[in-house]
Design a protein around this ligand. Structure first.
Ligand code: FE2
Ligand code: FE2
Length: 281
């Protein structure tokens, strides 16, 4: 029997030593290359907004019992730092393409009432009712980090743009480490059957594609249509599902693939903006 602690698979000390911001100053912006098309610009803006919203997400997270786990909070401190610089670097990338971003954009985003009821209201309550709440969050984080890095990879391929490739390749390295932390945490914390049932319920009921609660469902679908609108894109989404489905007790996981524009039921369970966008794709 394998008695190895799955949490050992992620070396937290090593991560804490290596963690650092992917700062805009790390890149040479003197060769902006050809102008990206409007869809690529839209995707970069969506991703920048997700990254910048991390600090708000962290605020909500720290109001739950997750804040009592020293190993998780050590990771989260560096994670938020890295995500902040992802947003700054994507902002600089957009500016290199002639898109100006003012701080009002971030302020407005934070003033909007997120559609994500789970994170906003139920998270804090649920965490006081069950010791298995971290299993939900770690699974949630693994899905979102893997979805994010899959999106960055797709954008690199779609844009086929040297500067985008340079910047996103560096960001993806960070996202892989984030994913590894969440995934290993989830694998360990999903051992109890109660944690599996609770996590399955929360994901089925509340999970939406990363960024959708912040930017809205129609924007999320536009991003998916651009990044994953063909057969290859659908396979990439299915790979995300397959990886997450290897976690204990959530073998059923198939939620990311539902965002494939090729699925006939594409819009059946979208929370907002679905019909409008369906008309557009
Ligand atoms: Fe990020
Ligand atoms: Fe990340």
């Amino acid at each position: 029997m394998n008695t190895r602690n799955p949490l050992d698979a992620f070396n937290l000390d090593k991560y804490l030593r290596a963690a650092g911001g992917t700062r805009p100053e790390a890149f040479d912006w003197s060769e902006p290359g050809s102008r990206l098309d409007d869809d690529a610009i839209f995707c970069l803006g969506y991703m920048m907004d997700i990254e910048s919203h991390t600090i708000i997400y962290l605020r909500e997270l720290l109001s739950t019992s997750v804040a009592e786990d020293a190993s998780i909070t050590a990771f989260l401190a560096c994670w938020a730092y890295e995500e902040f610089f992802h947003s700054m670097t994507l902002k600089r990338l957009l500016e290199s393409q002639g898109v100006s971003i003012d701080d009002e954009r971030f302020a407005k985003l934070r003033q909007r009432k997120p559609a994500d009821v789970f994170q906003q209201r139920l998270g804090a309550i649920a965490s006081r009712m069950t010791r298995h709440f971290p299993a939900i969050h770690m699974s949630w984080g693994a899905i979102n980090e893997l979805s994010t890095l899959t999106g960055y990879q797709a954008l690199m391929a779609r844009a086929n743009h040297p500067l985008v490739t340079t910047v996103l390749s560096r960001i993806i390295k960070d996202e892989r480490r984030h994913f590894s932390f969440y995934y290993n945490q989830a694998r360990a914390r999903l051992r109890p059957r109660a944690a599996q049932l609770l996590t399955s319920f929360a994901l089925r009921r509340f999970w939406r594609l990363v960024g959708s609660p912040v930017r809205g469902g129609s924007d999320a679908l536009r991003v998916c249509a651009y990044l994953f609108g063909d057969r290859v894109g659908a396979e990439h989404l299915a790979q995300v599902d397959a990886t997450i489905a290897r976690l204990p007790g959530i073998e059923w996981f198939n939620l990311v693939s539902r965002y494939s524009p090729l699925r006939s039921e594409c819009c059946n369970d979208r929370p907002v903006g679905c019909r409008a966008v369906r008309g557009a794709h």
